[in-house]
Design a binder for this molecule. Structure first.
Ligand SMILES: Cc1cc2nc3c(=O)[nH]c(=O)nc-3n(C[C@H](O)[C@H](O)[C@H](O)COP(=O)(O)O)c2cc1C
Length: 404
């Protein structure tokens, strides 16, 4: 363990040196959170933004999209990757998608879409509808455990809902303080500006559950700025919380590439070693799309646990890829997975039009995250198809073309 941390520190120092080498970090006192944020591997784009650090104003480079640094990638490749999770994605990672995607890549756990809890605890039947895995020992058919994610602002209702999920067979619960949607009123990442409330929610849920039930909290770096992170983390560091899953962006950053801020996560890891979060594992999330980005993320954040979301559709075996165990699945096989997903949706009674829409969504992610050059013209043709027969024919002919 100790050796791991030493290796990880070395990697971080490497990242800091890489940054300092660019000469873009100005000022003498850099706030720990944001200083580390500047520290490692994000691309250091033009445009420096002033950041208040204690009493001193420090000029920080504005975060830009990820640029790979071969030294960091190499350093990260030497660090362990102990767990890989499939991210919760509302409207995307629903039960049929979880069934299909978890057949590939050996995820350590997948997550339900967020289940909205109001002042009334969720009825059992809602939980079973949202997480049908609960009727199968809490697992997908391929044996991947599904964590139940709850979102709400009512501590007692959330605690009771978590208890009900456990009664139905859930073994792990996650609380969502990361959703940035404006349609989620007083919930998700908006609550990060109310540390007392998120503390209360987390504490009530933890108290309501048997200590053997795993409890995680998924959140962003803050509402407006990563400088909020230390307050957020202090509020969420309730004894008995098992894991922090951190999407390395603020609420304001939504999903913008330039908002990605992996290094901010390092400060939390420092707390988990010695500070208020002792014993809480940290999972890094955000733009982990392939082996290189996973390695760089390890080097920058020092986290041995990662969560992947949008890139999982272009690379269904992504966990094995980022573990260095398998090459990324070829496009022809990804098209097979897409069709398998279409068939799974039909098993769930999904109408033809919705199946088509979901197939387009799947291929949209594959196109965006991996196969833009080879898939784009096909994708736009596919988007015009009106029937499943047509969709299947298009997929088959694309596969034939790929094998020619
Ligand atoms: C369409 C969509 C739906 C999402 N729904 C959820 C959700 O229900 N719960 C949650 O905690 N995060 C949700 N997220 C955020 C993801 O879990 C993840 O944190 C984010 O996509 C960053 O990871 P990635 O870059 O690997 O995709 C959603 C993201 C997207 C794009």
């Amino acid at each position: 363990m100790r050796r791991f941390f030493e290796g990880a520190r070395a990697a971080r120092n490497l990242g800091e040196r890489a940054l300092l080498g660019t000469g873009k970090l100005e000022g003498t006192a850099v706030d720990a959170a944001v200083g580390a944020a500047a520290g490692a591997a994000l691309a250091l784009g033009a445009g420096a933004a002033p950041v208040a650090a204690g009493a001193q104003a420090v000029t920080m480079p504005a975060p830009a999209a990820l640029v790979l640094d071969p030294q960091l990638v190499d350093a990260g490749a030497k660090l362990p990757l102990n767990k890989v999770y499939l991210a919760p994605m509302e409207g995307v990672c629903d039960p049929p998608m979880r069934q299909v995607i978890t057949r590939y890549g050996q995820y350590d756990e997948c997550f339900s879409e967020f289940i909205r809890v109001t002042a009334e605890p969720c009825p059992h039947k809602t939980l079973l509808r949202e997480v049908p895995e609960l009727e199968h020992d809490g697992k997908t058919d391929s044996g991947c455990l599904c964590r139940v994610q709850l979102l709400g602002d009512h501590p007692q209702a959330l605690a009771l809902t978590a208890q009900r999920a456990v009664e139905l067979g859930a073994r792990s619960i996650d609380l969502n303080f990361g959703c940035p949607s404006r349609f989620v009123h007083h919930g998700g990442s908006l609550l990060l500006k109310e540390p007392e409330l998120i503390h209360e929610i987390t504490a009530r849920v933890r108290e309501a559950l048997d200590p053997a039930i795993f409890l995680s909290v998924k959140f962003r770096l803050g509402v407006l700025s990563a400088t909020e992170l230390s307050t957020v983390v202090a509020a969420l560091a309730v004894p008995g919380v098992n894991e922090f899953i951190i999407h390395a962006r603020t609420r304001k950053d939504l999903y913008k590439a330039e908002g990605l801020n992996w290094p901010a996560i390092t400060t939390v890891l420092d707390d988990t070693e010695a500070g208020c979060c002792r014993g809480i594992a940290v999972v890094a999330n955000g733009d982990i799309t392939d082996l290189a980005s996973s390695c760089q993320c390890r080097a920058v954040t020092l986290c041995s646990r990662q969560m992947v979301g949008r890139a999982a559709f272009g690379t269904p075996n992504l966990p094995q890829v980022i573990r260095g165990q398998e090459p990324a699945m070829a496009l022809a096989s990804v098209l097979d997975v897409a069709w398998e997903f279409g068939c799974e949706l039909q098993k769930y009674g999904c109408p033809e039009k919705s199946v088509l829409d979901r197939l387009k969504q799947f291929l949209g992610y594959a196109n965006k995250y991996r196969f833009k050059e080879v898939l784009s013209p096909f994708f736009y043709t596919f988007c015009r198809c009106q029937t499943l027969v047509e969709a299947q024919q298009l997929l088959s002919s694309k596969k034939l073309e790929l094998s020619a």
